[in-house]
Design a protein around this ligand. Structure first.
Ligand code: ADP
Ligand code: MG
Ligand code: MG
Length: 499
């Protein structure tokens, strides 16, 4: 695919030049809000902010494959919108998992109950992020999807700042002469903040009530505060839309839904109640966010209301790893993308689009595939496989040599909650300098970089408005660790250098 030699990255720098560059990188981060909160203080306070973990150099990435990932996004936006509106499909695929996985079960059965009672808001807002790794076989490098996120897709705004940081290092003579690839035209634009906010504004405008506000549902003690706050400033400064941040705990006391109109309001001490147009979840994707049944009830109150949810429960369920696996089964992609009767002639995608989507997938299978067969294959191929449950946020998967013992301990009836996926194998030999959050401590290590493409859709029956591709993210981790996850501390924010 490309003549670029990944094993020769990064360019050589003297210790002194590297220190200069690192000083510029961390100064840029601190002065441009590329920030993070440290561990320790609980809840962490903004005045303890530190720079986010970052890579010193941007990561080389084949231009064609980047463009391919951008182009796939418009298909994925429509695909996941349609999945979220296909109740029968979600009942079949995720409803079944709900019987063995408590978290999925709570969400799905709560949603089913709400459907019976009658939901009042037909629109859903999705702020998505489709994640990819480069996959090398011989000299052939292709793009492979890791997963598709439909809830709480994070690091958009910080990623924009990380690309700004690498671009600004252009001005450093040391950096610029280091490699002929480090030229302005190889740094693609990255406008995630305005792109993601365009989605939130579209929902707010569709709700169309003067004086209403957007609610961000957040986790207590969130370390990634600044990534969220940049969205708030864009909403306020560019669109005069105020944001209210609340945890599920606070909402259990303050969120009220009118029984007749289903209008969602927050009752604040000493203030007039505030009407909510849009609920944006940066929490709610893990069972840890629902320690009691009251927390689920709060989620269901928001779901039942007229406010537009990003995401709704069905859209969250659509992002399950199980759905990703079922999409690879024969005919499922056709069901969503080629049904002329359901989606009209204009809503049907050409077979080329389906082929491109399929080419971006690794092989996946259900762990409960044909009795014991799914488990048997997972054991046989273990060293080239990852097992995934229906969870988000990192740290939940089982890899390679850990698989056989895990399978020994997994009760047979819980297999259906897991999928198996072949491991993607990124180009070897690529190195970078990873700068730890705050401390500035740097390690030079062989790395793997994951590209995320953001996109949004506002959709409901007969209506899809979508921003096809609204920026990107690169997270880079040491090759040694199976998983990335900036929040879980194994990876850093990075950016693209197209080659
Ligand atoms: P989560 O929703 O928890 O982020 P992911 O599916 O993204 O779950 O998996 C977490 C991480 O595990 C990814 O960021 C990636 O580093 C690694 N990973 C997941 N699937 C694969 C795969 N098929 N091949 C290689 N690495 C993978
Ligand atoms: Mg992920
Ligand atoms: Mg995820």
């Amino acid at each position: 695919m490309t003549a670029f030699n990944f094993a020769q990255w990064p360019p050589h720098l003297s210790d002194k030049d590297r220190e200069t560059l690192q000083f510029r990188a961390t100064s840029y981060a601190l002065s441009h809000g590329l920030l993070y909160l440290p561990t320790g203080a609980q809840p962490p306070i903004p005045t303890s902010a530190i720079h986010a973990p970052i890579s010193l150099f941007p990561t080389p990435f084949p231009r064609k494959l980047f463009e391919q990932a951008q182009n796939l996004q418009s298909i994925y936006n429509v695909l996941y919108s349609r999945i979220a509106m296909d109740i029968q499909f979600l009942d079949r695929v995720m409803g079944a998992i709900g019987e063995v996985d408590e978290f999925t079960g709570h969400l799905w059965s709560g949603w089913r109950q709400l459907r019976q009672e009658g939901l009042t808001q037909p629109l859903h807002l999705g702020l998505f992020r489709s994640d990819y790794l480069l996959h090398q076989r011989g000299s052939d490098i292709t793009l492979k999807q890791v997963e598709f996120n439909t809830i709480s897709s994070s690091f958009g705004t910080l990623s924009e700042r990380a690309s700004g940081m690498h671009r600004s290092l252009e001005s450093s003579t040391h950096f610029f002469h280091a490699s002929p690839h480090l030229t302005a035209s190889n740094f693609p634009p990255n406008n995630t903040t305005s792109g993601l906010v365009a989605g939130l504004v579209a929902a707010h405008n569709a709700y169309n009530v003067e004086g209403s506000k957007i609610l961000f549902v957040v986790q207590r003690g969130e370390r990634n505060l600044f990534d969220q706050i940049w969205l708030e400033y864009e909403l306020l400064e560019r669109y005069s839309i105020p944001v209210i941040r609340r945890t599920f705990d606070e909402l259990s006391r303050q969120a009220k839904m009118s029984a007749d109109t289903a209008v969602l309001t927050l009752e604040l001490p000493d203030e007039a109640p505030v009407e909510i147009s849009t609920v944006y979840y940066r929490a709610g994707y893990t069972p840890d966010d629902y320690p009691t049944s009251t927390h689920y009830q709060t989620r269901f109150t928001l779901e039942r209301s007229r406010a537009i949810k990003c995401p709704t429960i069905p859209l969250q369920l659509a992002g399950g790893k199980k759905v990703q696996q079922v999409l690879t089964e024969p005919g499922v992609l056709e069901h969503f993308l080629c049904d002329k009767e359901k989606y009209g002639t204009k809503g049907v995608f050409p077979s080329q689009a389906l082929a491109e989507i399929r080419e971006s997938w690794m092989e996946m299978w259900a762990l409960d595939f044909e009795g014991d067969t799914g488990v048997k294959i997972a054991r046989e191929k273990a060293l080239g496989v990852v097992l995934k449950p229906q969870r988000e946020g990192g740290g939940n998967n089982v890899y390679k040599e850990a698989i056989p013992a895990f399978l020994d301990s997994l009760p047979a009836k819980e297999r259906s909650a897991w999928i198996a996926m072949e491991l993607i194998s990124p180009p070897a030999g690529l190195k970078n300098y990873l700068i730890r959050a705050g401390t500035g401590a740097t390690v030079e290590t062989e790395v793997v970089s994951e590209l995320g493409i953001f996109g949004w859709t506002l959709f409901g029956p007969g209506q899809v408005v979508s921003g096809k591709e609204v920026g990107w993210l690169v997270r880079t981790k040491s090759k040694e660790s199976n998983e990335g996850g900036v929040a879980t501390g194994f990876s850093v924010l990075d950016s693209l250098l197209l080659v």
